[in-house]
Design a protein around this ligand. Structure first.
Ligand code: SF4
Length: 95
């Protein structure tokens, strides 16, 4: 009986672990800050974007390693933005 309980509890342990991993979730476009900044996960869908080369991946506030599809942005603490995303705070990467 104890074994059965152990097995039944395992999925919950997994759920808790993945819950922790989700602390750095992708920013949702409907997130209040995202709407305020006009953030789009797909830069081509951002109406205010005028520079076709501007992407989160070449933004000064983005800090993921090259080749990663998402990464942290200074403006969205605790969340990840899409490498191909864009928002109105975009500033060309200087380093
Ligand atoms: Fe992307 Fe830069 Fe806007 Fe952050 S500040 S969401 S990295 S464009």
């Amino acid at each position: 009986k104890l074994t059965a309980i152990g097995l039944a509890a395992a999925p919950f342990a997994n759920a808790l672990l993945s819950g922790t991993a989700k602390a750095a979730d992708l920013v949702s476009e409907t997130d209040p800050q995202a709407t305020a900044l006009g953030y789009k996960a797909d830069a081509t869908k951002a109406e205010k974007r005028t520079d076709a080369t501007a992407l989160c991946s070449n933004c000064n506030f983005y800090s993921a390693k090259a080749g990663e599809t998402s990464g942290p942005c200074v403006l969205f603490q605790g969340k990840l933005v899409n490498a191909n995303g864009w928002c109105t705070a975009w500033a060309k990467k200087t380093a």
